[in-house]
Each structure stands twice: as structure tokens, then as C-alpha cells.
Design a protein around this ligand. Structure first.
Ligand code: SER
Length: 567
């Protein structure tokens, strides 16, 4: 059975049983306490707590999804039989619709009848001090699958959550096939507070997650996760001379890179961008040492887009290749010096490792891998500590820049420190929407936003385009934006479900937020974009728009800087 067939079978099965199929949310969650989406339930957190109404948003209390997820906690294990950084999770969810009996029955029926798999054993929560054992699940398993082996496990293995520092949590029941844990059924009956206190939820909820890679491994009867039709075609393209473990790292990391970029992450030195950079640099270093063919990564990214394109149409191989190549170009300038420096050291501790990172950009994973015996004592925790010290220093610098009065607004693309700055940044924000549409009208739809950053002084807009813009084109874009400003068009906001928003043709290159609702901002009938705001109410408020600079920031990626002036 191919991964495509598994996907369809899963979604069909739950759709037939009254579940609303919900698209995957972005790898970048709304919850600021976590870097990445690590589980399918994350986008549904407000439905478990009653803050949002599933009936209203989905027309059902039950949903199912195939969710993209990223777990950096497993990065050191990548290369073994079953660990990955990026993966997809098949999940069914209920927010007060059904409870343990149905969840267990569905899982059993799907695995044994639909997929014809044989279950080795299941596990249930054995209880702990103040939390009772899950006897209910045990009883249900005994009646659903008489004679099945049931293992009882503690909090470490059979209790989920929360994601971030608080949220829904509860006992779990796990299902094992061919020695692999394939499905995790979570019964959210508590709310976990940041201090660890558990409070009973008003309505209990179900959250299940089944890794598509693991499930494919058992269905396709493979020995490890890298032999399935999801990863083998990628792994096969890695340089032959590399050892198996490194090939696996390349296959896993390139997939993560592709999906991060398609969710608008760019390599940088902080947060998600920093993770992306590390994944890229680890691959670049291995390829550099292996003297691998330059086009090899292009083939790998094209293959990833081919495997996943049907389900993730925003996977743009050209864009991924451009961003990867431009990181490679940057990094290779210092890489060979860095490697020489690494060879010279007799012993590598956290401080010298951080120096190698700071001066030559070598990521922790590479220092650990290539340092071999010399970096034996180096641990990720110690390296991260050094990194944090450095970050604190630079954060102190950033606060000074905003005059110590704190940030009034920092949406990641729009930053302001006081009311006046906020007004100016808001004008620049609406101007950014106009610029985006104007670029597409003048240059064509190959223009795609890949980044945006707005301060009170200027806007910065990054987009895909294969060549330098001519002066005439720049003038045309500028004129078109100013024309729209002059018309003093109204800017309106409409709240609607994500799917509906896409149907209206709204541009959605920024982080996708779904559910419960997305905002679509329209400027007259000139532009329509998914966005969190804020915006001016009429384009006339923007003032005169002026492009100051147009430059390349990577192969196939251009950057425009522009300002607005009072009229
Ligand atoms: N949240 C659980 C997990 O990620 C089940 O979906 O394993």
C-alpha cells in the first residue's frame, strides 16, 4: 500500500464516521511558547478548553487531519530506525463528541480491518499518586479485542502533554505493531497549568496521532523508516560514498528544510530560522566533505516536491533550491576555514564549539560529529547555554534600540515602540500589500512573497523573481501603488474560515492561521490578502510611496526597500 493510499483510507474512514477533515496547519504554530507544531492537536487546543466552538467552526464535534510536525528533540536520534525531525501525523479528534470507547473501537477497526495489520500489544496508564489508573480503557480493550496483551505503564510513557507550558493533557493508550508504536490515543480530561497542577476539563476530548512514516514502515513491511516510499526515493539520491547514517540524516533534514521553507521560514540566527540554518549547514558540510555533485541537492528537493506536491501544493522546489543554494554560497566561504580550525583544536568544549559557530558558522551537530573523540565531552545542553548567554547580550542591544520603552507591537513583520511609530508602521504595512499586488500585476504571478519586515522607518519585502528589475519596471510598480493610494480606497477586513478565504483568491504567503478563522484584508478590489493586520482604513492615509532599493538576496530572490512620505 502506498503512502497515498494510506492517506486516503484514513481520511475516508473518519469522514464516513462524521469527522470534518481539516487541513494541516502551518509548522509555525500560533502558540508563542513553542517553536514548532509538534502534534496534530495543537491547532485544536482552544476546542478542548471551550474557548472555541467546534460545532460552529467545523459543523461537527469531531475532526480528522494529516498534520505536518517538527520535533527537534529527536535530532540526535535521526539515523536510527525510527526517529525523524519532520514527519506527518494522521489524527482523529473529538471535542466532547465521543470518548474512549469510540476512539479505541475506531483505532482497532482501522488497523485490523482496513489495513489488515496485526496488533502486538497495547498499553494503558497505570496511575500515579493523584491521577487514577485508566481502568476504563483497559476494560474497553478487553471487550473490543479479547485476549489482547495490555501493558500498564506510568506517566513517562502513557500520559500526554501539554504542548508548550500549559494546555489539555491526559492518559494515553498506545498501540504497537511489529514492535513499533504506531498509534497514540490521548484522552484529554485535564488542563495542565504551568505549575504542573491538573484541573479537570469541563468536557473531555480525544486526540490521536499516528506517524505516517512509521505506519508506512509496518504496512510496507520495511525494516526501518528510511525504506518506505516516503523516504527511500530521497535517500537513494544521497552521495553513494557516504555512510548509511549520514545518508539518512540528509534524507530527513532535506525533507524538514523543504517543509520549513514552504511555511515561510528563512535561515537566520534565531528561533525557527536558526534550526533551518543548522539543518542546512549539516547537509552542506557532509556534501562538501564528500565532494558531492552540485546538482545533487537540486534533485533531492525536486524529488521531495514530487512525492509531496499533491498534498502540499505550496512546496515550491525552485524556491527551496534558491534558498538552499544561497545559504550554501554564504556558508562555504567560511566552511573550509572552520573545518581547518576544528582539526587544529585538541579538545572541544562548549566555549570553543560556540566560537567555531560564531566565527565560521559551524553548527553544533557538525562539531559533535566531526570532532569525534575531541568533542566527546561536548553536550547539546552546554552548547545551548553558551548560545543563550550570547543571545541575552544581543537582546539587551535590541531593547536599547527601542529606547527602553518596550515594544508596542512585534508581529514578526511589523515592529513599533510607541503610538507614533505604530501609525507609521501601519501605513507601511498597507503599502506592503499594495506593493505585493502591484509586483504581481506588473511582473506576473511568479512573484511570490518569501518575507516581509516592517519598522517605523521602512518596509522590506522579499519575493521570488529570477532577475533584476529594470528601472522602468520599478517606476511602473511605484506608480501603480501611488495611483491606488490616490484613489483613497477603503481597506476592509472580513473574518472567514481558511478554506473559504483561499477560494476568494486571497494571497496567503504569510503564515497560515487556521482554525478558527482567518482575517482577509481587502483594499478596494485591488488587493486581497490573508493577514493579521493592523492596517489603515483608507489608502489615502499612506502618503507618497517611494522605492529606495531593489537588490538580490539570493539566487532568484529579490528584496525591495521602500518608504512612505507625508503628503
Ligand atoms: N498528541 C499525541 C501525539 O502527538 C496524539 O496525537 O502523540
Amino acid at each position: 500500500m502506498t503512502h497515498q493510499e494510506i492517506r486516503h483510507k484514513f481520511l475516508d474512514f473518519f469522514e464516513k464516521r462524521g469527522h470534518k477533515i481539516v487541513p494541516s496547519s502551518s509548522l509555525l504554530p500560533d502558540d508563542p511558547s513553542v517553536l514548532f507544531t509538534t502534534a496534530g492537536m495543537q491547532q485544536f487546543k482552544p476546542y478542548y478548553t471551550g474557548q472555541a466552538d467546534a460545532m460552529k467552526d467545523f459543523g461537527s464535534l469531531n475532526t480528522a487531519s494529516i498534520q505536518k510536525a517538527m520535533r527537534t528533540s529527536d535530532i540526535d536520534e535521526v539515523g536510527d530506525k525510527s526517529h525523524l525531525t519532520f514527519f506527518e501525523m494522521l489524527g482523529n479528534f473529538s471535542f466532547g463528541g465521543y470518548w474512549k470507547k469510540e476512539a479505541i473501537e475506531y483505532a482497532y477497526e482501522f488497523l485490523t480491518k482496513e489495513l489488515k495489520l496485526e496488533i502486538d500489544y497495547v498499553s494503558v496508564f497505570e496511575g500515579e499518586k493523584d491521577i487514577p489508573a485508566d481502568e476504563e480503557s483497559e476494560k474497553i480493550w478487553k471487550s473490543v479485542a479479547p485476549g489482547i496483551e495490555i501493558k500498564k505503564m506510568g506517566r513517562e510513557d502513557n500520559f500526554w502533554g501539554p504542548t508548550g507550558n500549559e494546555g489539555p493533557c491526559g492518559p494515553t493508550s498506545e498501540i504497537f505493531v511489529n514492535g513499533v508504536e504506531v498509534w497514540n490515543l490521548v484522552f484529554n480530561e485535564y488542563y495542565c497549568h504551568p505549575d504542573g497542577k491538573l484541573e479537570k476539563l469541563k468536557t473531555s476530548g480525544v486526540d490521536t496521532g499516528m506517524g505516517l512514516d512509521r505506519l508506512s514502515t509496518v504496512i510496507q513491511n520495511k525494516k526501518n523508516i528510511f525504506e518506505t516510499d516516503l523516504l527511500e526515493p530521497i535517500l537513494k539520491l544521497a552521495p553513494l560514498e557516504l555512510e548509511e547514517k549520514v545518508k539518512r540524516v540528509i534524507a530527513d533534514h532535506s525533507r524538514a528544510i523543504a517543509f520549513l521553507i514552504s511555511d515561510e521560514v528563512q535561515p537566520s540566527n534565531k528561533e525557527q530560522g536558526y534550526i533551518l540554518r543548522r539543518l542546512m549547514r549539516r547537509i552542506i558540510t557532509h556534501n562538501f566533505i564528500a565532494k558531492a555533485d552540485l546538482t545533487l541537492m537540486h534533485d533531492i528537493f525536486a524529488k521531495i516536491a514530487e512525492i509531496y506536491g499533491q498534498h502540499y501544493p505550496n512546496l515550491n522546489a525552485g524556491l527551496i533550491i534558491n534558498i538552499f543554494d544561497s545559504e550554501k554560497e554564504k556558508f562555504e566561504k567560511t566552511l573550509s576555514h572552520g573545518l581547518k580550525e576544528l582539526q587544529k583544536l585538541d579538545k572541544i568544549d562548549a566555549q570553543s564549539a560556540f566560537k567555531l559557530y560564531e566565527s565560521y558558522g559551524l553548527p553544533y551537530e557538525i562539531i559533535k560529529e566531526l570532532g569525534e573523540k575531541k568533542s566527546e565531552k561536548l553536550t547539546r545542553e552546554k552548547f545551548d547555554e553558551e548560545f543563550k548567554k550570547h543571545q541575552e547580550l544581543s537582546r539587551a542591544g535590541a531593547e536599547k534600540k527601542f529606547g527602553g520603552h518596550g515594544l508596542l507591537l512585534d508581529t514578526g513583520k511589523l515592529r513599533a515602540g510607541n503610538e507614533q511609530e505604530l501609525k507609521k508602521a501601519t501605513r507601511l504595512h498597507t503599502a506592503t500589500h499594495l506593493l505585493h499586488t502591484a509586483l504581481r500585476k506588473i511582473l506576473g504571478n511568479e512573484v511570490k512573497q518569501v518575507g516581509s519586515d516592517i519598522t517605523a522607518e521602512r518596509l522590506r519585502f522579499d519575493f521570488t523573481f529570477p532577475r533584476k528589475l529594470t528601472n522602468e519596471e520599478i517606476k511602473k510598480v511605484e506608480d501603480l501603488v501611488n495611483e491606488v493610494i490616490k484613489k483613497d480606497l477603503p481597506v476592509t477586513k472580513e473574518e472567514m474560515p481558511y478554506e473559504e478565504a483561499l477560494k476568494t483568491g486571497a494571497l496567503s504567503f504569510f503564515k497560515l492561521k487556521y482554525p478558527p478563522k482567518v482575517n482577509v484584508y481587502s483594499v478596494g478590489d485591488f488587493s486581497k490578502e490573508l493577514c493579521g493586520g493592523p492596517h489603515v482604513s483608507h489608502t489615502g492615509e499612506i502618503g507618497k510611496f517611494s522605492i529606495k532599493k531593489e537588490e538580490a538576496i539570493g539566487a532568484g530572490i529579490r528584496r525591495i526597500r521602500a518608504i512612505v512620505l507625508e503628503q
